[in-house]
Design a protein around this ligand. Sequence first.
Ligand SMILES: [Ca+2]
Ligand SMILES: [Ca+2]
Ligand SMILES: [Ca+2]
Length: 309
Amino acid sequence: MSVHYAVVLAAGAVLSSSVFAQGAARLPNAGASSGYIRIGDADSLEPQQLTIDLTFVPMGVGTGNSNDANGATLIAKPREGAGGVYIFSWAMQWSPTARSINAHLSNNGTSVGAAVRAGCSLALGSTARATMTFDGATLRLYINGRLAAEEATGFSSVWYGTDDVLIGAGNYCCGFTRRFDGVIDDVSLWDRALSAQEVADLDGSALGGDEANLIGLWQFDDGTYDDATGNGNHGAAVGSASLTDDLGNAAPCAADVDGDACLSTNDFFAYLTAYQAQDSAADFSPPGGDGLINTNDFFAFLAAYQAGC
Ligand SMILES: [Ca+2]
Ligand SMILES: [Ca+2]
Ligand SMILES: [Ca+2]
């Protein structure tokens, strides 16, 4: 068990130190503010089997019915202006209300699809990595590189229309624009389902753009919204979207000791395991740790847990 947790915590450490060391996209969707990224429709954005990976920090509930169970859109190839169900090719969303991260796929863009949900989600201001994969038979959702939910789809093909890819918005009809308020970074799109191990090992900030099966990469590190792959599906800022290095206090939720972006009693037991092992993962006090693990650390963990991170 301790080995398992140590691996997870090592992944968390990478998140906190490097993911936002360079540029990221700030998408302000609160009140009258609106900002998202638009990537023009292209055949190269339409894989039949796929992986979509990104890292995000929610900073508010978003706008446009983003506060329901489906939530705010992290990325989608939506049918803009449409109403109904499965009105997209694919979508990943974060719900501040249901405290879930969810992934969706459609077989016909109007009624047939699949959806998976991770049980709960991270707090405002914390960062997590979400990954969806489809191998032609099963839709999977990973949080922080770990499988969180999966479902056999009953269909093998993905429906595609002529709509653009949007990062941070769904733009469906009737007030359901589902715009995300926060930061998104290191978005990658692949034309096959990466394996569980590949997802665990994936670090979008370290990709170069020429990896096999990588068909889209938006890292926001060079002052642009450009696609770093040869497909050249460059993004454009809409509204008040901007690039930023300022993530405020964004860091992995400290109390989420097992790294699944969900605060539960599992984290309490994971903390106890680390504590007993005198693992540095248990070193919560003083902030940043001091190499010593004692009851001060235990109380600091409890405070973080009670505070919701
Ligand atoms: Ca970046
Ligand atoms: Ca957890
Ligand atoms: Ca300590």
